[in-house]
Design a binder for this molecule. Sequence first.
Ligand code: SF4
Ligand code: SF4
Length: 122
Amino acid sequence: MTEMELDYRAYCNYCPGFCCYRLEGSTLYLDAVDINRLARHFNISDGEARRRFIEGRNTFKVRSDGSCIFLLKGKSYQRCGVHAARPRQCREFPYDQPCPYLHRQDLLAKIFPKVKADLAVN
Ligand code: SF4
Ligand code: SF4
């Protein structure tokens, strides 16, 4: 089986969540609806949500390693800390298309061996 024959969405189960990092060439944009959803989630005003979470006009602040400030990272997992209130772009990505990050050989090389190993035992 080649990597192109796999259901690309299956990769999310193995991927360290590149889409939750600010990588070169990618930006997570939030609109007013996204900010309001987050504000309601934290029971704060939209203005307060902007102050706390938004950098510039419309993107999330990130940590020094480039990860979204809402990404929860454990030893063996990473997950969204605001899953129910995550922005539209996070909900829809990768839009039923092959994930664009998986065309990046440097990133793909990190996860494809895990996919193949799992398929081999199932
Ligand atoms: S959408 Fe792409 S980058 Fe995000 S977790 Fe899935 S495979 Fe990884
Ligand atoms: S809001 Fe959640 S899904 Fe979206 S980038 Fe941040 S951690 Fe990832």
